[in-house]
Design a protein around this ligand. Sequence first.
Ligand SMILES: [Zn+2]
Length: 357
Amino acid sequence: MTTSSYKPFRVVGLALDPIHVGTGGARLGRVDLTIVRDPVTRVPKIPGSSLAGVYRSYAAMQFEEQRANSNPSRAKPYFPDCVGQGQPDRQGQGGHCGQADCPICVTFGFARGQGGGFAGLASFTDAHVLLFPVATREGPVWVTSPGALRIVGIDCKIDDEKKIYRKNGQGASLNLGWLLLPVEQLSISDLEPRLRDLRIPDEIRNRAAVLSDKLFGHVVNSNLEVRTSVAIDPSTGAAEEGALFSFEALPRTTVLVWEVICRNPQHFKPGGQAISAQLGGKRLADADSVFEVVKTAHPYLEHLGIGGMGTRGMGRLKVVYAGDGAAAGGECQVQTAQEGDATHAAQNRPGPPQQEA
Ligand SMILES: [Zn+2]
């Protein structure tokens, strides 16, 4: 049995709806509700903390469904106990169970328990935009950049910052919104097979184009979905006064990539207890089995989604690839920043895990 202390897994998701993961506050400006952006590249992203919360809720729902099916007389069969921040209610009920045999608490951590809290065996990087759809006169084109590709271990250098690199159409030019760019032949021969390894659909893969990191940021930000909506007063069911607001979102068919770092359960003793959690009758014995718990959230992500505006048909995210971070796309290494870029999923990777207890 492998005894490595942690293992990174890569997940690739395709937006089935526009996705709005907000910054948590309205602000005055062109758009009222903005989405979270990388502070350096200004490209929108989904924070790892948001991913962790959503994964936890959905994995807990799945776990609770299993328990309800095996024991129909459970008092609260459909309410997952171990979701959320773990704070008990006023009667001291609920909150994280914090037990060494709870797959949700050991995987996602818990806020209370005999020995205090536990950070959890799985941690999440931010989800970065890998491929972004832009409408052109030739139909949609999915743009990416050297910085975005580096996240999935694809090394790509482009010569001219003011060109768009595509498989076909050399010598022509292409409009991306207000930008008219000369088209250059794409010379990274392994781009398509790498994207195929990541299960990126053919229609997207065949219409991929590479831009400089700088242009990528501009193009993404000027092609976000911006919607206008009206806030409804729940007590009257009518529109609130002055309630017109706009919000931005990543458009449908945006491809996002993130990493889940899973630690080896054998190296931890939360509250002095050896981890005895099971999933489907199998003990959590290594990083791979921790990732199995994480993956139970994926069908819910596809149907219930992530982020805000869910009642307005937003947020569904279909996972197309979930597997070994090293197998597809190569190792995800932090490289020396090029062209003033600093987009790395790996920068959020935690240090060596600390021995608990
Ligand atoms: Zn629990």
